[in-house]
Design a protein around this ligand. Structure first.
Ligand code: LLP
Length: 448
């Protein structure tokens, strides 16, 4: 690959063929882009499996106790993903009835599912309890009350963990920081009510108190915050232990950041797990506690870099400055992240790899009716023409998951690529999907 694609090289799996087209595992991405008029999401199966294995091997290397990995399905979920995760022996973190429904449809082992969410409905809780999933992560007092009542009605004992907010400062976008003061998630570590609720769950016949969970936020790259949080949480576990409440499990959430551009910090899964396990073991030893079962809930770090999106360039506008506007056949309806979090992305022109011709600065704009629908504010690319294929990288997490039908654009399809071959993973939404739930009241059908 030509110099200038250092970021792409760091992602792995990509190369350039004799037509100067970008390929993933020998599949020509320019050919794939012809499969639809809409953008297309592409996921590299090998990369997903590699990231999963990186977590598994790091945990078995650095954590002396038992550990379990729960993929955070909010990052990306479809039926096939559930099957892939099950093949890899992974657990699943769901946070809605919809995610649980997909897992159940895929026959995902229920005992490997944990349920999150800051406002689980009565129905959601009843379904999760009925399904006998592994554990419900309690977010608030009201929810515990509901779990106790439902478990009594169903004459069962429900495994629960408590989501504790360690209240630290988290260096990430404010919208995705959770373990911070006044977060809407979890129970405050300093509130006496938190320990009282844990005690209730511990003593009740209808709940089995398993342990403590915390999640600092997403796209986090620094250990300092994790270390502060681990220190506070282990001290809290010691406090519970001294009250006679045994904490069997510690769940440290997800959050490991993924680089989206060459300028972003890069932190490997191996290093991340090594540092955190070291810190956990140290704190447990200092507090003279027995090591817990360790749970992690990674989402982005498993799937983000395994994905890319294929767009077609339509018109190009020249306002007389050095920056031309190149419009693509998608936008904020298939990638909300630049508009919502001002996220930055890398891209190439997939049919102009190893380009020797002139380059140009572009603003990549979408086709949604919003001025803020800009995918990339400024990027240098080979001089573009309508029909060129723009490929954006690191789009596997929170892209399809956040996609919408805004402007009644249909949801793009997803292709799963393996060595030399590809298959549909999720088909493009048909136009019928845009109206399938609409109901026209009879009185509106009469023309007066
Ligand atoms: N566990 C819990 C309880 C979570 O709330 C999340 C993410 C995760 C695990 C997984 O975090 P990850 O490893 O993926 O960072 N839409 C945002 C991200 C929202 C994250 C929500 N919670 C974005 O596109 O950046």
């Amino acid at each position: 690959m030509k110099h200038g694609h250092r970021f792409l090289e760091s992602l792995g799996g990509f190369s350039v063929n004799e037509k100067n087209h970008l390929t993933i595992n020998s599949v020509d991405l320019v050919d794939l882009a012809k499969l639809s008029d809409r953008p297309l999401y592409v996921l590299n199966e090998d990369a997903i499996r590699k990231n999963i294995k990186a977590y598994q091997s790091a945990l078995s290397t650095y954590y002396p106790g038992k550990s379990e990995i729960f993929y955070a399905s909010k990052a990306f979920l479809n039926l096939g993903m559930c099957y892939l995760l099950n093949q890899e022996g992974m657990g699943l973190d769901v946070c809605s009835e919809g995610e649980l429904f997909i897992a159940q449809k895929a026959d995902f082992p229920l005992t490997k599912i944990i349920f999150h969410g800051n406002n689980k409905s009565h129905t959601e809780l009843a379904k999760a309890i009925q399904a006998k999933i592994q554990c419900i992560m309690v977010d608030n007092a009201c929810e515990l009350d509901d779990i106790l009542k439902i478990s009594e009605i169903q004459a069962t004992t429900t495994n629960v963990m408590f989501r504790i907010n360690p209240v630290v400062e988290v260096d990430t976008h404010a919208y995705i920081a959770t373990g911070v003061k006044d977060s809407k998630f979890g129970l405050d570590i300093d509130d006496p009510l938190t320990a009282a609720l844990i005690e209730t769950a511990f003593k009740s016949h209808f709940t089995h108190f398993k342990g403590i969970h915390f999640h600092l936020g997403s796209q986090v790259f620094d250990f300092v915050t994790y270390k502060q949080a681990i220190k506070k949480i282990v001290a809290y576990i010691k406090f519970l232990n001294d009250k006679g409440i045994e904490v069997e499990v510690l769940n440290i959430g997800g959050g490991l950041g993924t680089p989206y551009t060459i300028n972003d910090t890069s932190l490997t899964i191996d290093r991340f797990i090594q540092e955190l396990c070291g810190q956990i073991c140290e704190e447990y030893q200092l507090n003279n506690l027995k090591l817990p079962t360790l749970m992690v809930e990674p989402g982005r770090s498993i799937i983000a870099a395994a994905g890319c999106t294929l767009y077609k360039i339509g018109h190009i506008k020249d306002y007389g400055s050095d920056l031309l506007y190149a419009a693509v056949n998608g936008g904020m309806s298939d990638n909300l992240r630049p508009s919502l979090y001002q996220s930055q992305y890398s891209a190439v022109i997939g049919n102009k790899m190893n380009w020797e011709g002139p380059t140009q600065e572009y603003k990549i704009v979408g086709k949604c009716c919003e001025t803020g629908d800009v995918l990339i504010q400024r990027i240098s690319l080979p001089k573009c023409q309508p029909g060129d294929i723009l490929i954006m990288f690191v789009t596997g997490a929170y892209q399809h998951a956040l996609a919408s039908n805004y402007n009644k654009h249909t949801l793009p399809g997803i292709l799963l690529v393996r060595e030399g071959t590809y298959e549909w993973f999720t088909k493009e939404q048909p136009y019928e999907g845009l109206i399938q739930n609409d109901v026209v009241p009879e009185h509106l059908k009469k023309v007066v």
